[in-house]
Design a protein around this ligand. Structure first.
Ligand code: PAF
Length: 279
């Protein structure tokens, strides 16, 4: 497994490997877990060469505290990547990516950026768009893999490549869960035992909401979920929304043939957890 920190060297290597070979790319912020490894395994099956980036992108954090506390586990990450036969790892510094100008580009994602996470994390999707576009320019992959846990991010990245004519096929991958249903996330490692034990309630509630959505209105499902969380002293519901998968807009009425998803954000103490389920 080759590891590069410089743009020039990673590009040279990729260009020399690329002749006729397909490149699969998994961008990450490190603190890798089984969810990331499942993306890499899928990329391995579908491509000749797999590139993983590890870069904690400063421009997508709206709170400095979150950026500082983001787990950094580079040695473990590299061993994990070796264990799944990753071919090439790109580990740039912020200076390498942004030079002296750590700033986001401003994007228009046709309104996707203003829904859900966009309402609570100012500038987050401009930061994600900026880094993903930059990484695609550097790595020039044929396919790139993203988990559906960040479903809004996935739809925004699809919009990014469509609007900017970037020749990368975006592959969305199923949410990887712990045995008790908690969606895997690098943030889970920061949960205290008490909050970790409380957090499977999030997915349990999503599964019940999915069943209820079959028989009652979206509005009533939302109310039911909000009430459920009132009885959970350790979990603070930030939002629960039922939205159209394509536009991410909250729905009032169900239409036949439309695809819907329920989205949730919850604070377990200071740790913010998100999840979603297809309805
Ligand atoms: O999902 C993530 O880990 C990040 O948002 C990404 C896509 C690697 C961009 O920094």
């Amino acid at each position: 497994m080759l590891v590069f920190a410089k743009i020039k060297s990673v590009q040279q290597k990729i260009n020399s490997l690329k002749k006729g070979a397909s490149i699969g790319f998994v961008p990450t912020m490190g603190a890798l877990h089984k969810g990331h490894l499942s993306l890499i395994k899928q990329a391995k099956k579908e491509n000749d060469i797999v590139v993983v980036s590890i870069f904690v992108n400063p421009t997508q954090f709206n709170k400095q505290e979150d950026l500082i506390n983001y787990p950094k586990t580079i040695d473990t990450d590299l061993s994990l990547l070796k264990s799944v036969y990753c071919d090439l790892v790109f580990t740039p510094t912020a200076e390498e990516i942004y030079s002296n100008n750590i700033k986001s580009q401003v994007f228009d994602f046709d309104g996707l950026e203003h829904q859900m996470e966009g309402k609570f994390r100012d500038g987050h999707f401009n930061g994600v768009g900026t880094i993903v576009k930059r990484l695609f320019e550097i790595v020039t992959p044929h396919k790139a893999y993203f988990g559906e846990k960040d479903f809004q991010q996935l739809q925004i990245i699809r919009k990014l490549v469509q609007k900017h004519h970037i020749p990368v096929k975006i592959i969305g991958c199923d949410i990887f869960r712990e045995n008790d249903g908690l969606a895997m996330s690098s943030r889970n490692s920061r949960l205290t035992e008490e909050y970790r034990n409380a957090s499977p309630f999030i997915y349990q509630t999503l599964k019940k909401a999915k069943i209820k959505f079959g028989t009652i209105s979206a509005h009533d499902v939302v109310q039911w979920v909000e009430n459920e969380f009132k009885n959970q002293p350790l979990l603070e519901l930030e939002y629960f929304e039922i939205a159209d998968e394509a536009t991410l807009q909250s729905i009032k009425n169900k239409e036949p043939k439309q695809k819907y998803r329920a989205f949730i954000a919850v604070f377990a103490g200071k740790i913010r957890l998100i999840d979603n389920i297809s309805l």
